[in-house]
Write a protein that binds this ligand. Structure first.
Ligand code: FE
Length: 211
């Protein structure tokens, strides 16, 4: 896939349809400026500000835009909130639709065929491979992204974070927790989430199994 993309890029550049510098700028923007730290700020604010959380639940596109996170692949956002009564998980069964303005570019496993097919069939088994085991009493709801709608999971706020500032809270929000394949980090972790993806070890590998 990577090779085909590069070949296509070379061809389009040679024909003069594309400018390499422009492509590099776009990639650099989504790798460095845009990324899961944006989503982490949205989640931390929802945890800290009940009025904002309500707005996010009712009109995620507007609430997220109000924080300056707008752009391609984020035009129609829906926020889903994890609770002890329901765990949300996001997939794109068709391809790799993903909310770029809040999460940046999708990880390789999100685009993999096993993740896309198995998440719908056996979400609990996929979660287990990410190191997430939910109580049997917590149903898992899977949301299929489309070209129209992109989802942001708001993970549950970790215990013992009363009085934390939104900046501190954002440090507990990992990328995977906003896809639903992870949970927010515990308070004792010190909040590495904002700096890296800080995903559980299992998430580095695509979900195994047959497609
Ligand atoms: Fe897609």
């Amino acid at each position: 896939m990577d090779l085909r993309v590069r070949a296509l890029e070379t061809l389009l550049t040679e024909k003069g349809y594309l400018e390499t510098a422009a492509i590099d700028r776009i990639i650099q923007t989504y790798e460095e400026r845009v990324g899961p730290r944006n989503g982490a700020q949205v989640v931390a604010r929802a945890w800290s500000d009940p009025a904002f959380a309500r707005w996010l639940a009712e009109d995620a596109t507007a609430a997220i835009s109000s924080m300056g996170f707008t752009g391609r692949q984020g035009e129609h956002m829906v926020a889903v909130f994890n609770t002890p009564a329901e765990h949300h998980m996001v997939v794109c069964t068709l391809c790799s639709c993903y909310p770029w303005p809040v999460l940046g570019l999708p990880p390789a496993w999100y685009k993999s065929a096993p993740y896309r097919s198995r998440t719908v069939r056996e979400p609990r088994a996929v979660l287990a491979e990410f190191g997430v085991t939910l109580p049997e009493s917590t149903p898992v709801r899977v949301w299929d992204s489309t070209a129209e709608v992109r989802y942001l999971v708001v993970p549950m706020r970790p215990a013992d974070t009363e009085g934390w500032t939104p900046e501190q809270l954002a440090g507990l929000v990992t990328r995977d927790s906003m896809i639903g394949t992870g949970l927010a980090l515990p308070a004792c972790s010190g909040g590495a989430g904002a700096r890296g993806t800080a995903a559980p070890a299992g998430s580095a590998t695509p979900a195994k199994g047959t497609a």
